[in-house]
Write a protein that binds this ligand. Structure first.
Ligand code: BG6
Ligand code: MG
Length: 216
């Protein structure tokens, strides 16, 4: 039975993908780079700079380092306006009950996110106190699919990777969990998350016990 449960934030605890998408789309269109929903999946889980690189590559663009930073800042400003509206009501269905049950069972809980905005989001959702460790984009050098974020999460609570289970909605995150040698539960579509040990639609009516049974 896993002792430490590590959650990705964006797309697992709260749905922020549409905020990232709208902000990147606005930026791409301001640069006359065609960008639509079909490009969005590749941006999930990866860092802000990797995302901008993917968008610029869509149109073979190259920009100076200074311009690159300016574009990231612009996107992040728009994104931060969106997330500032988040409240505890935006926590995804089933998550509060799931986390409460885990806490009652004495499990350790961690966040493993690529985002540099994770701490703001957790504060808006009033979830900061719920987690024993928060590892986010401000604390890692290498972003998913590199396993660093999850390995640091395990380390922060003093757990062996083999005793951790990761929840992920992005292909890059599933790969990171696999490379960290942790169990991985995909939250979303089997088609995208097929490399996870188990894929679930959502946390609605899902207890930790149900989940462990499905995993075994
Ligand atoms: C991840 C998101 O959680 O964080 C990605 O899935 C995003 O889409 C990444 O690019 C970095 O986010 P931020 O908030 O640091 O720009
Ligand atoms: Mg995610």
């Amino acid at each position: 039975v896993p002792k430490t449960w590590i959650f990705d934030l964006d797309g697992v605890i709260v749905e922020t993908a549409q905020f990232h998408y709208k902000s990147w789309k606005r930026l791409a269109h301001s640069l006359d780079i065609p960008f639509d929903e079909s490009h969005n999946e590749a941006l999930k889980g990866v860092s802000r700079s990797k995302s901008l690189n993917i968008i610029l590559e869509l149109d073979d663009r190259e920009v100076s380092e200074k311009e690159f930073q300016r574009l990231m800042d612009k996107k992040n400003g728009w994104y931060q306006n969106y997330i500032a509206e988040l409240t505890p009501d935006d926590i995804l269905d089933g998550i509060p009950e799931f986390l409460d049950t885990l806490k009652e069972r004495g499990a350790k809980l961690a966040i493993g996110s690529s985002s540099k905005n994770a701490q703001y989001i957790l504060d808006y959702l009033q979830l900061t106190e719920t987690f024993d460790a928060i590892i986010d984009g401000t604390k890692v050098k290498n972003t998913k699919p590199d396993p660093e974020v999850f390995l640091k999460g395990a380390q922060a609570v003093g757990e062996d990777p083999e005793d951790c289970v990761v929840f992920e909605d992005a292909e890059s995150g599933v790969e990171a969990a696999n490379r960290a040698n942790m169990l991985c539960v995909g939250v979303g579509s089997e088609e995208i998350l097929g490399d996870a040990d188990l894929v679930i639609d959502s946390f609605v009516d899902m207890s930790p016990e149900d989940l462990l049974e499905k995993l075994s």
